[in-house]
Ligand binder design. Sequence first.
Ligand code: HEM
Length: 88
Amino acid sequence: VGGTLTNVTKEELSKHNKEDDVWMCIKGKVFNVTSYLEYHPGGVQELMRGAGNDATQLFNEVHKWVNYESMLEKCFVGKLEVTTSRQA
Ligand code: HEM
């Protein structure tokens, strides 16, 4: 509330799971990786494994040293909404 960035719900994130529209969450931050897809050194299919999802674990398993935050700076969409029991 009152922020400039919109929080992303898991439902919204899950809609962006196609090669022409890919969002991905890493450590609570959601990125639109559509334009990065073809440049991913690990290939399109590998990156697509995390499409529309929280890809933190996959990412860390393969290359936790990669500086995704600076690489995807311009692709940042917003933070993944954390649902708590207090939210209606
Ligand atoms: C390789 C970036 C997500 C799988 C790489 C490399 C970079 C990179 C820079 C080459 C450098 C290195 O291997 O150390 C990213 C970014 C991601 C991302 C910015 C976030 C959107 C993923 C995901 C997977 C994945 C979700 C799914 C499993 C791989 C694999 C390689 C690789 C398998 C190794 C390719 C090889 O060694 O031949 N990625 N990656 N990446 N990535 Fe990613």
